[in-house]
Design a protein around this ligand. Structure first.
Ligand code: ADP
Length: 394
């Protein structure tokens, strides 16, 4: 069941359009992360959802009730929406317990109020700290109090605006897990906005990618990462090798050989395509001893990251090929590849394809792009056809 349904939402500031016909459905009880670059309109979307801004056009419904659109307008305090702003914004002069209980009934309901505050203090792991002031807490603890304050009146939806942005990397990962646990325990429908793709992929049940004031794709983190709607979504979600190819039924002929498609038939046979190969799909091995038809590449650079290493490669097999990026284990299981080495390259698993030529530049700051594009009529350059039977994925 959808807790929130947004259709055709428009919002401009003066003459600057920010939301431009945005559609989004948020399923009850799930955490939906809206992911987009800074300035793409994520906070504006949350503010319209909360009722702090009014949409120019379109319709917004919460739990089946239209709260904005078609001449109807429901005030923020009647929407049962909890909002956690970027910096938490706790009241500095109130205790932690008073901050959490701020939105709860005072007077006769005091016992219930105290019970709910106690329950939330326990849930956020701050039992016994209710009398402290916000400045006596760490940044992560303050964010948890801000979340508890939003959850206290049992809202239908909680909105989180980049809740971990101000925290350092280690704390961010721990707090993410804690927040997820708290939200699961409460069963609250949540919309979180972030520009951090790692955060969105790790915390959310559903990720909705926002671009130019619209949602361009929504789905599970895995669906989006493995089968992005286009090259821009692919590179926004992580490092990507975008190589040109020609689709042949269930595989694509590429400079890396014939690669099996994840979804045969999606791109018509004979069509020029852009092929997505994630860096972790590339396996590297010693060039000596790998089969003669296995593509070979020169190692240009190795960036060590502790848990893994990112290896920049230049394809050496056949005609001038694309620059590639591989992510390989860095420990004892790693390849030990060094700049200047020549390695054999294998592609693991199915690859995703879009029926369009590869872009002329890189697919993104972290991406590499595959050499010359296909011919304009969509046919393969002859040199690729000669590669179609070679190499390929395991
Ligand atoms: P995000 O949260 O994705 O960073 P915002 O929704 O904060 O994006 O902002 C989207 C665009 O709208 C930005 O260009 C921003 O400068 C502009 N903007 C946001 N709020 C206002 C406002 N109150 N008045 C005018 N422009 C605004």
């Amino acid at each position: 069941m959808n807790e929130v349904t947004i259709t055709g939402l428009h919002k401009s500031y003066g003459s600057v359009p920010v939301l431009a016909g945005l559609d989004l459905s948020v399923e009850a009880g799930l955490l939906t992360a809206v992911l987009g670059p800074s300035g793409s309109g994520k906070t504006t979307l949350l503010r319209v959802l909360a009722g702090f801004e009014r949409a120019d056009a379109g319709q917004l419904s919460i739990a089946g009730e239209c709260v904005d659109g078609g001449g109807r307008w429901v005030a923020p305090e009647k929407r049962r929406v909890g909002y956690v702003p970027q910096e938490g914004c706790l009241f500095p002069h109130l205790s932690v317990a008073a901050n959490i209980g701020f939105g709860l009934a005072k007077g006769p309901g005091r016992r219930d109020r105290n019970r709910r505050v106690g329950e939330l203090l326990e849930l956020i792991g701050l039992d016994g700290m209710g009398e402290r002031r916000p400045h006596e807490l760490s940044g992560g603890q303050q964010q948890r109090v801000a979340l508890a304050r939003a959850l206290a009146p049992r809202p239908r939806i909680v909105l989180l605006d980049e809740p971990f942005a101000s925290l350092d990397t280690g704390l961010r990962a721990t707090l993410r897990d804690d927040v997820r646990e708290v939200l699961r325990a409460e069963g609250t429908t949540t919309v979180l906005v972030t520009h951090d793709q790692d955060e969105a992929l790790s915390i959310a049940d559903v990720v909705a990618v926002m671009r130019h004031g619209r949602i361009v794709q929504a789905g599970s983190p895995r669906e989006l990462y493995d089968a992005p709607a286009d090259a821009e979504v692919a590179t926004f979600l992580g490092m990507a090798n975008l190589v040109p190819g020609i689709v042949e039924e269930s595989y694509a002929a590429t400079p890396l050989g014939a690669l099996c498609l994840d979804c045969p038939g999606r791109v018509p046979a004979g069509a020029a395509a852009t092929i997505l190969i994630r860096p972790e799909q590339l396996a590297l091995g010693p060039a000596e001893g790998c089969p003669p038809d296995c593509p070979r590449a020169a190692v240009c650079r190795v960036d060590y990251h502790g848990h893994d290493a990112v290896v920049r490669l230049q394809l050496r097999t056949g005609p001038p090929g694309p620059d590639l990026v591989a992510r390989v284990p860095a420990g004892p299981a790693g390849t030990g590849a060094r700049p200047g080495d020549v390695v054999g390259v294998t592609v693991r698993g199915g690859v995703h394809a879009w029926a369009q030529p590869a872009p002329s530049g890189n697919g993104g700051p972290e991406a590499s792009n595959g050499g010359a594009p296909p011919h304009e009529d969509g046919t393969a350059p002859p040199e690729w056809e000669s590669l179609a039977g070679t190499g390929g994925n395991q």
